[in-house]
Ligand binder design. Structure first.
Ligand code: MG
Length: 102
């Protein structure tokens, strides 16, 4: 079992203990992921990147974790293997954005 699988299991255990699985369909998880990404953006609003990181790192960590929790929960709900889909997308990106030759 990978570290990612262990994290997903921990998130699922937290969710199932609260009987939240009934709410976790793909649409609402995608929506929630986007809302948490907006909360992450809010940490940077009206200030430079450097100042935001200096002033809001605790909140940035919390909101980034929320984004990743929803992303992992969505993957779990759709029975997607996180490592497989990320590696596949990196390959697609490499074809779309080839590194310059030296
Ligand atoms: Mg949040």
């Amino acid at each position: 079992m990978s570290n990612i699988d262990e994290l997903i299991a921990e998130i699922d255990t937290f969710r199932d203990a609260r009987q939240w699985r009934q709410y976790h369909n793909a649409k609402d998880l995608s929506l929630s992921l986007s809302l948490e990404a907006a909360e992450l953006l809010e940490c940077f609003q009206w200030q430079s990147s450097e100042m935001a990181v200096k002033n809001n790192l605790t909140n940035i960590k919390d909101e980034l974790a929320d984004v990743m929790i929803y992303a992992l929960t969505l993957a779990s709900t759709l029975n997607l293997d996180v490592e497989t889909i990320i590696q596949a997308k990196i390959k697609k990106n490499a074809l779309k954005y080839p590194a310059p030759t030296k």
